[in-house]
Design a protein around this ligand. Structure first.
Ligand SMILES: Nc1ncnc2c1ncn2[C@@H]1O[C@H](COP(=O)(O)OP(=O)(O)O)[C@@H](O)[C@H]1O
Ligand SMILES: [Mg+2]
Length: 237
């Protein structure tokens, strides 16, 4: 297999309790690639992300990161291996200050912590302005930037973002997608789960469409944007 492949998911089957949700999903991400996963509510996008970051154990199929199987590897160990995750909900500590949120995010990687916080302030200037404020005082957009910065603090090789633009106005979502593009330029590979299909396809190198727990379409962002059936089903056009 091509050694540029960073994450290789093959035939992933997983669910909750007795209920199977993903029925054999496959996906690949190359180093420094920005891949979007889109699809209707309940398609299994968050479930896929949770399986990749070790929060759900696959029932069958393979998960390989840098050529090595990561099935059964604990979430903290995956962080050390370079996989960071921004969950869909509850992704900042509301009563802690912005700075404390960043410090806590860095606890798994103590080296260069203050230096990395300074890097986050450069990337997200609002966070420095509000460093001493509790996270709950931030606007929705600033809070999402803080959540993103917390994940970037871990210096990931692969960063999974679950619906980072949820709840943001179109203008704030644009700012956020701009930051996501910047992270790619810094050399991070990104898997971005999005309900904003059009924007996700615009920024993605490649994308996968999931529907009812299975792969439905895949291709470059621009090809999917131009695809008639894709447009009819998922782009309202
Ligand atoms: N913790 C859970 N326990 C049981 N079922 C769940 C749980 N989380 C999600 N599901 C179910 O799994 C399916 C896929 O959910 P999810 O992966 O969150 O979809 P998406 O992120 O694409 O909206 C849905 O039918 C949802 O109800
Ligand atoms: Mg979801």
């Amino acid at each position: 297999m091509n050694d540029r492949v960073l994450l290789d998911v093959e035939g992933l089957v997983v669910g909750y309790g007795e209920t199977e949700i993903l029925h054999g999903v496959s996906l690949r991400i190359a180093r420094q690639e920005l891949v979007a996963v889109v699809g209707p509510n309940g398609a299994g996008k968050s479930t896929l992300a949770k399986a990749v970051v070790g929060l759900l154990r696959p029932w069958s199929g393979s998960l390989r990161f840098g050529g090595q199987s990561i099935v059964g590897v604990a979430p903290e160990e995956l962080v050390r291996m370079g996989i960071a995750y921004l969950p869909q909900l509850d992704n900042v500590f509301q009563t802690m200050s912005v700075r404390e949120n960043l410090e806590l995010a860095g606890h798994l990687r103590r080296d260069r912590r203050d230096e990395r916080i300074e890097e986050m302030y450069r990337l997200f200037p609002d966070l420095e302005r509000f460093a001493r404020a509790p996270a709950q005082d931030l606007s929705g957009g600033q809070r999402q930037m803080l959540a993103l910065a917390r994940a970037v603090m871990l210096e990931p090789v692969l960063l999974l973002l679950d619906e980072p633009s949820a709840g943001l106005s179109p203008a704030l979502a644009d700012d956020l997608f701009e930051k996501v593009r910047e992270l790619k330029e810094l050399g991070v590979a990104l898997l971005v789960v999005e309900q904003n299909v059009e924007r996700a396809l615009q920024i993605a190198d490649r994308a996968y469409v999931l529907a009812a727990g299975a792969n439905r379409f895949e291709g470059s962002g621009s090809d999917l944007l131009a695809d008639k059936e894709m447009g009819r089903l998922y782009l309202g056009g």
